[in-house]
Write a protein that binds this ligand. Structure first.
Ligand SMILES: [Zn+2]
Length: 143
């Protein structure tokens, strides 16, 4: 238990993305609703293989991820935030990894699993949209 919250997130345990990983914190991407930040995605990058890693942070929740250390991402996947038009507040967005095309099983805020169509790393659905996290480094995204 740490008493003092640190400004810069600590680098999690070394993740073996390549032979000699040098993973450092890159930047946050803030998620805004009505110009208020409701959460953020922390972006980390390996200076050797340039692979990026993302972690979801909702304000007021210490840790919502059950993955220890860096979440694994495959070479053919990208970090994407899915936005639900049916939800409000922190339930409105979720960090996922998408392949370029196909379908993704997506767990909604009310714990239903639905299938969403992916086309060129984007969600194609009437009630959901998405954006690529790495396109918004250092910026806030209004959802
Ligand atoms: Zn690496």
């Amino acid at each position: 238990m740490s008493e003092t919250p640190s400004e810069t997130p600590k680098t999690p345990e070394i993740y073996k993305c390549c032979d000699n990983p040098q993973i450092t914190y890159l930047a946050p991407v803030n998620i805004n609703i009505d110009e208020r930040t409701v959460g953020s995605v922390d972006v980390w990058r390996c200076a050797v293989c340039m692979k990026s890693f993302c972690e979801e942070k909702s304000l007021g929740i210490d840790s919502i991820t059950d993955i220890v250390g860096m979440p694994r991402i495959e070479d053919d996947e990208k970090w994407v935030v899915i936005i639900s038009k049916l939800q409000k507040g922190k339930d409105k967005w979720k960090l996922v990894k998408l392949k370029q095309n196909g379908m993704i099983k997506f767990e909604t805020a009310d714990e239903k699993v639905i299938e969403l169509k992916i086309q060129d790393y984007k969600i194609i659905d009437d009630y959901h949209s998405s954006f690529l996290v790495l396109d918004h480094i250092h910026h806030a995204v209004e959802i």
